[in-house]
Ligand binder design. Structure first.
Ligand code: SAH
Length: 223
């Protein structure tokens, strides 16, 4: 039943999405291409039934396996920070719901995505199929090791918190490439951007503070 104290209740999905886009813009997500793919990607498809009516809120929401679908603002900021080119091959670590993967796939040439939970990966694959995405390549595995057979990548995005500098992944970046990852051991991490200087070194920038689930070693033993 509609709750009169909640103005979002009687709004159409389009209105709710317009509100979300305005909020992202006011928080510094200003790249029109990034805003456009967020606006035209149906976030409710990626959320659990129970949280579907909150899909247009600017908040992270629970998904299966104790994981989360990222906050739209953070998805927008990380995507913008990656400076994706149409021709890019992008590696994503932590498929989760597949929401961020879908956003990346609509901006890049190819997206390689790795997840350590079979259930999450299977559900995400079904969504990619339903959405007709043809440029996403999935892998069940430990993303901490990257995807050596497909390296080097133009861009890398890590959507789980790396305790320290993600050295193995930085090695799989092309010269001049960009990697964006939450880095830190605590519950709050720094969203860090590493930009290759073309000589084996990196320019490192701390963008904002974020809260991500941890990047864990190995694959999950449970489904
Ligand atoms: N990008 C996702 C966010 C998912 S949360 C989305 O938009 O929904 C982070 C995900 O990283 C979780 O699904 C978790 O299982 C996964 N993860 C954590 N450590 C990992 C690892 N070492 N390799 C692959 N995936 C990992």
């Amino acid at each position: 039943m509609a709750d009169p104290s909640n103005p979002a209740d009687d709004e159409t999905p389009d209105t709710q999405m317009a509100r979300l886009i305005l909020s992202l813009r006011s928080q510094g997500v200003t790249d029109p291409k990034v805003l456009n793919v967020i606006e035209t990607t149906p976030r409710p498809v990626f959320t659990q039934e129970l949280f579907r009516e909150r899909a247009f809120e600017d908040s992270a929401l629970p998904i299966a396996c104790g994981q989360t679908i990222s906050q739209p603002f953070v998805v927008g900021l990380m995507t913008q920070a990656l400076k994706i080119d149409r021709r890019d091959r992008v590696l994503e670590i932590g498929t989760g719901s597949g929401y961020q993967t879908t956003i990346l796939s609509r901006l890049a040439r190819l997206v390689y995505t790795v997840e350590r939970y079979r259930t999450l990966l299977r559900d995400a694959e079904a969504r990619f199929k339903d959405l007709g995405l043809t440029n996403v390549i999935t892998r069940f595995g430990d993303g901490g090791e990257g995807w050596p057979e497909q390296a080097p990548f133009d861009k890398i995005m890590v959507t789980a918190a790396a305790p320290d500098e993600p050295k193995a992944l930085l090695k799989q970046l092309k010269p001049g490439g960009v990697l964006v990852a939450p880095v830190g051991k605590g519950s709050v991490q720094s969203l860090r951007r590493y930009t290759g200087d073309g000589q084996g070194g990196f320019v490192v920038e701390d963008l904002i503070e974020v809260r991500f689930v941890p990047l864990l070693d190995g694959v999950a033993r449970e489904l």
